[in-house]
Design a protein around this ligand. Structure first.
Ligand code: ZN
Length: 413
């Protein structure tokens, strides 16, 4: 792939980040997608896909664009999909992005504006990109590489496949979603409109990092009911729900909290509490990569409820546990070809792909769980996402686009 390929990729990325697509969690319950800017980018993408010569382009009312490049091989190979989200986070301002391109990066600190500097000391990864082209912010907003780098990489890869019909491939599906950052993106996903048997989200971070595992997650609602009594005559009679709840939260293992764990260790996390002496509602998040361990934590919560009732005679503790999402590795085990194609593509390109764990969930995990479609996550070449210090490296972005093309090629054999 040539310099022209990289400069087209860069132009695409700059075009997309200039559109305000920050999503808004406060309105997702009533509005999908949550903000108009997301539509603006979706419509632009649909137009560009059509201009590329793709005939099969669908803009679903749920706020999803789906397009398919037909197979050009006589072999019967499964449809592969690539997915990215058009919205950006609202942790820092995400609208009014004024991206700045730094060509031939010299390896020094990068002043973003008079007050804010992107320093090499805080960002050792900058050192990997001396001589490369970087894209940075003006220090007042995020950049939007999460996930417009992913969007641009998919679009550029698709253009490359169209321009190089000698590459034999099966059907290629691209999916652009909205409201990923609000967590609502897959709530109304039009599964009836997709055809892929395996999918990749292009929604990761630094160069050559891939992810095929995320947490299993459960949300546990615990309700404490005490016995209220006139406080003047409460001796031996009152059972205070707040006291019960305080005991309960303190009894959660501190060594298995998010602040005490990393890598493959899961946790208990008291997330929300509200109530009075009469009744208290507590929400606990449970996470683990191992589903059996997650289920053991649910059982532990139930045992703790029984123990609490025994200590506070007359009080009741009820537990309602629900699985929220599952480790997508469970699906990948049944359909290992998604990871095999990804790793083979990396090998053929000479990339040293590094597998990391996602201590959270992804839209791909939702797709994996809800439709049994394996959905590993691939790097975008963006760093410091959700921050005014966000930056992206064009070389890494181009690597992601190359990897997409190569996965398509491997899948077409
Ligand atoms: Zn993302």
């Amino acid at each position: 792939m040539s310099r022209a390929f990289e400069s087209n990729l860069l132009a695409r990325f700059l075009r997309y980040v200039a559109i305000d697509t920050m999503s808004d969690e406060s309105v997702v319950a009533t509005k999908s997608p949550s903000t108009e800017g997301q539509w603006e980018l979706l419509h632009l993408l649909a137009k560009e896909l059509t201009e590329m010569g793709i005939e099969d382009v669908t803009t679903a009312p749920q706020g999803v664009v789906i397009a398919r490049l037909p197979s050009n091989t006589t072999r019967d190979v499964p449809t592969v999909a690539f997915m990215a989200h058009v919205d950006t986070a609202d942790d820092v301002p995400g609208n009014g992005v004024k991206a700045r391109v730094i060509e031939s990066y010299d390896g020094k600190d990068i002043p973003l504006n008079g007050d804010v500097t992107l320093s090499v000391a805080d960002n050792p990864a900058l050192g990997e990109y001396i001589g490369d082209t970087l894209i940075v912010t003006d220090g007042t907003t995020l950049l939007g590489s999460d996930d417009k780098a992913g969007v641009a990489e998919i679009m550029s890869a698709l253009q490359y496949l169209i321009d190089n019909p000698q590459i034999e491939h099966g059907e290629v599906e691209v999916i652009f979603t909205t409201d990923e950052e609000t967590g609502a993106g897959m709530d109304h996903f039009p599964y009836d409109k997709i055809r892929c048997q395996y999918c990749y989200t292009i929604d990761g971070g630094g160069r050559h990092v891939i992810e095929s595992e995320c947490f299993n997650a459960a949300t546990v609602k615990v309700r404490f009911e005490g016995i209220s009594y006139h406080l003047g005559m409460a001796r031996g009679r009152l059972v205070n729900a707040l006291t019960m709840a305080a005991f309960f939260v303190n009894a959660l293992p501190q060594a298995e909290s998010p602040e005490a764990t990393d890598e493959r260790y899961g946790y208990y996390c008291a997330q929300n509490i509200s109530g009075t002496a009469t009744a208290v509602d507590l929400t606990i998040y449970l996470r683990d990569f191992d589903l059996d361990v997650l289920n053991r934590r649910i059982e532990a919560i139930k045992r703790l409820a029984v123990a609490t009732e025994a200590l506070y005679n007359g009080g009741t503790v009820s537990v309602d546990a629900k699985h929220v999402y599952y480790n997508m590795a469970l699906i990948a085990e049944n359909k290992p070809f998604a990871m095999e194609h990804l790793k083979e593509a990396g090998r053929e390109l000479g990339f040293e792909l590094r597998e990391e764990l996602i201590r959270g969930g992804t839209d791909g995990a939702r797709m994996a769980n809800e439709r049994n479609i394996p959905c590993p996550n691939i790097f975008t070449g963006g760093y410091n996402i959700h921050s005014i210090y966000e930056w992206a490296a064009l070389g890494a972005m181009a690597d992601a686009a190359r990897l997409i093309v190569k996965i398509v090629e491997v899948g077409g054999r």
